[in-house]
Design a protein around this ligand. Sequence first.
Ligand code: NAD
Length: 485
Amino acid sequence: MNADGTFDMTQQFDVVVVGGGPGGYIAAIRAAQLGLSVACVDAWTVAGGKPSLGGTCLNVGCIPSKALLESSENYERARHQFAEHGVLVDKVTLDLSRMLSRKDRIVGQFTGGVAYLFKKNKVTAFHGVGSFTGPVEGGFALQVTTPQGEAIALAARHVIVATGSVPRPIAVAPVDNTRILDNAGALAMSEVPARLGVIGAGVIGLEMGSVWKRLGSEVTLLEALDEFLPAADSQVAGEALKILTRDQGLDIRLGAKVTRVERKGKQLKVYYSRSDGDGVLEVDKLVVAVGRMPNTAGLNLEAVGVTVDARGFIEVDPNCRTGVAGIWAVGDVVRGPMLAHKAEEEGVAVAEQIAGQHGHVDFNTIPWVIYTAPELAWVGQNEQQLRARNVAYRVGTFPFAANGRARSLGETRGFVKVLADAATDRLLGVHILGPFASELITEAVVAMEFGACSEDLARIVHAHPSLAEVVHEAALAVDGRALNL
Ligand code: NAD
């Protein structure tokens, strides 16, 4: 900044993206593909003060958690499932540090991959915190404050805010990432805690709880709500709860409100209240996974007049336009589900709109996935939503237990449920609890995006033997004509 408060606009771009997570880095790449000059400002810093592009998803979210989910499943399979296949392993031992290094290596490959993609697409990356300094002729001025404290001045015709979200703190359990952990800490424990507590039985709680349970911890989840996974179809959620508690030994206590956490030597005492009385849980580590909040810290949105709603989300229209022409916002920092793939598609749509195209996101067909074992995945509406809206619908379900591929995998738990409009047969929702639900759901997303009916799914040839046949059979079941049950 100059002494008089003005900037030397030496670094000017068509588009500056603030935030290098899935929303931001994808927006930057798409904008560059469309011939725009693009910079991406990202503050994520790892050991040695180095930048690490990719945001929460790549650094401490989707990617490392999936690496640990897979590793821990392999450990569990080797201990409990190989023998059934006639594969006898004498003694299975855990090398946790190797498991964590593998996860870190995968993260490094992907964060480095984003830096490579930026170079390839001629996106200029700035390492530091981006903030607005004000509107200028034809655009906006921003400042990047580097970790070393230097200020870099930028100007852009368009700014895309993609600053993501941060873990929601709770006063009763302040995170220190030593004993009380957030999602980042939960991915990096150097020893398997004998007893692990988790506050919040949502997506992160269940995924992290599953990892550490499989690695040997006694895991107890304290969930404030009385209902398990209220966003999921209640039949699916009910079956998932049974499997996770009965088969996998996760102790999930619903309606448990944490009132106090006491540190006692190396232990944590977690006090909670339930309608049937108070309880106390003694654990060695505690993960707090009670949701995430939009991250607008340091952006100085006031300087340009961008507004946030009562919960702190940047206000945008369905096309991700803020109230200020030329400033856009995508991903976790705006309304809608906090999902990386939703952020990515918003990023693409915004880049295309800036380039004069007509990018848009269909919010009705965003798939959800929870990577427990078995996985949950769904798209569209669930039964309780249809009932609440008085929509007449037909249901078809089919279990994985009746599928040859699932039997050969030894993954027979769960089912597919197809919901179709009673009058038009149009697909209203598809819900899957079962192996590779994350992959299987895509067929349903494509079908719904093309306005398909359950009969369309039922008449499409599905490879045999494959897990996708369960989707096929559930679609047939809508009309009462499943073939293998
Ligand atoms: P979440 O909203 O999925 O779950 C938080 C849970 O904590 C809820 O069930 C809530 O009722 C409960 N809760 C809130 N306050 C509580 C309290 N004081 N005591 C006990 N329970 C309490 O949030 P999350 O698991 O923290 O995940 C954050 C975000 O990250 C989510 O929006 C999620 O969609 C996203 N995410 C997605 C994936 C995926 O797509 N597979 C994986 C991880 C995270």
